[in-house]
Design a protein around this ligand. Structure first.
Ligand SMILES: NC(=O)c1ccc[n+]([C@@H]2O[C@H](COP(=O)([O-])OP(=O)(O)OC[C@H]3O[C@@H](n4cnc5c(N)ncnc54)[C@H](O)[C@@H]3O)[C@@H](O)[C@H]2O)c1
Length: 423
């Protein structure tokens, strides 16, 4: 009997998407391509049982993961996701995209990711805290300020990072502020971190629009996912004169060609945890989101959203991947053929990890920067990185995604080669 390896991808999984993206970049890596297999195997994957006592006295078990995809360039870095669909394969893909992303913006990190297979909305606050603390203890054998530094992702936030920091600190007898990023400000968090990913989406979008000759003033924007990333990006685009004409989240799909008022939208989000009850917009069925007339589309929810069929219906000229892995490889081809420019996740949403890096550096030096300093540095890193990627894309006549992989993988595999193979 033959067994499937855990690195064999199931069809259309995020890991499958990632492996195809690697295959597309290998021809552009010269002699470094002989290290290509390194990119296709996580260095380390930890699966943990997370048992907790529920409020009613019963015991529930949750599946937790922490994957360190590649540590050639530095300690692991990557978020923790709480979602009922989390799988090992998904976490492997997300950790691999972190490796590429950190190298694309030249941060001294490898790539990692974690997750728990749970619907956190069904847990009380106390249950959520117990689950977070037990998970942190279980993965405590591989994380640490110099080893692997978690951060927020889907359904995790500053409060969860505070519990993680406290648990790790209690277990090690230290005040280890550098063990996670995205913490509250009182615990060594950084100004600008909450909105950093959305800001990075805006900055890369602004640069891409400039190259396309598209004015942001008056541009129509559609956003899928109105959480940390989508809402912050939408606010910044509106601040630059754009109009948000459609928003989709887990509570529904709303359109208003005259534009959403961001202040009201944020109030509704704060009140209900979703955008569904926003007052002045028409509710349409979820699938019709992909037909909305717009100039810029921002997928900022989950993976695998843009299929070939949807790609062929998208009206936007510019797609900004706030989410990780929202576009399937064949859909990428369809968008390219239709002349739609895609700014890929591995550069578009790198603003979050960049300010996480600032947070980590500030924690070590115990010297904190102003929000302006942070935003200016973030803007510069994103613009410089995108320029180098664009030059590579023009030189080889390849998509921005393959160009981002080319720039990043050259850095990752050069580090691999220079360190040499142990022993
Ligand atoms: N938070 C970060 O700093 C960060 C950094 C880089 C990339 N990302 C990526 O951005 C994406 C969003 O992350 P986030 O931190 O904003 O998460 P979040 O939990 O704050 O928000 C997720 C959003 O997606 C929506 N959503 C969930 N399921 C949906 C569905 N089936 N259809 C439509 N909308 C749905 C939710 O309603 C919510 O608005 C993820 O892919 C994440 O990996 C996040």
């Amino acid at each position: 009997m033959s067994y499937l390896s855990y690195v064999s991808p199931s069809a259309t999984s995020p890991w499958h998407t990632y492996l195809e993206q690697v295959d597309r970049v290998l021809p552009y890596l010269g002699h470094l391509a002989h290290w290509g297999e390194t990119l296709k195997r996580p260095k380390r994957a930890l699966i943990v049982d997370v048992p907790i006592e529920m409020d009613d006295g019963s015991v529930a078990h949750f599946e937790g993961y922490r994957v360190q995809h590649n540590l050639s360039r530095g300690p692991g870095k990557g978020g923790v996701r709480y979602h009922p669909d989390v799988t090992l394969e998904e976490v492997m893909a997300l950790s691999a995209w972190m490796t590429v992303k950190c190298a694309a913006v030249n941060l001294p990190y490898g790539g990692a990711k974690g997750g728990i297979r749970v619907d956190p909305k069904k847990l009380s606050k106390k249950e959520l805290e117990r689950m977070t603390r037990r998970y942190t203890s279980e993965i405590g054998i591989i994380i640490g300020p110099q080893r692997d530094i978690p951060a927020p992702d889907v359904n995790t936030n500053a409060q969860i990072m505070a519990w993680m920091m406290d648990t790790y600190s209690m277990n090690t007898g230290t005040s280890a502020t550098g063990v996670v990023t995205g913490k509250p400000l009182h615990l060594g968090g950084s100004l600008g971190r909450v909105k950093a990913t959305g800001r990075g989406v805006f900055v890369t979008g602004r640069e891409a629009a400039r190259r396309l000759g598209m004015k942001l003033d008056g541009a129509r924007v559609a956003v899928q996912g109105f959480g940390n990333v989508g809402s912050a990006a939408a606010e910044l685009f509106v601040g630059a004169g754009a109009t948000v004409v459609a928003i989709q989240d887990h509570t529904g799909t709303l359109v208003n060609p005259k534009g959403f008022d961001m202040h009201t939208a944020m109030q509704v989000l704060k009140r209900d945890g979703g955008i569904g009850q926003y007052p002045e917009a028409e509710r349409i069925d979820n699938e019709s989101f992909w037909d909305v007339d717009c100039d810029i589309l921002i997928p900022a929810a989950l993976e695998g959203q843009i299929t070939v069929e949807r790609a062929n219906r998208i009206k936007a000229k510019l797609v900004l991947e706030g989410a990780n892995g929202p576009t399937l490889p064949e859909a990428d081809d369809a968008l390219r053929e239709r002349g739609v420019l895609v700014v890929p996740d591995v550069i578009c949403n790198a603003g979050g990890v960049t300010v996480s890096y600032f947070e980590w550096v500030q924690d070590f030096s115990s010297f904190f920067w102003s929000e302006d300093e942070i935003n200016v540095r973030l803007d510069k890193i994103m613009v410089d990185a995108l320029r180098a990627i664009w030059d590579t894309a023009d030189r080889h006549k390849i998509t921005l995604r393959t160009a981002t992989f080319a720039v990043a993988c050259e850095r990752i595999l050069s580090a691999r080669e220079e360190r040499g193979l142990y022993p």
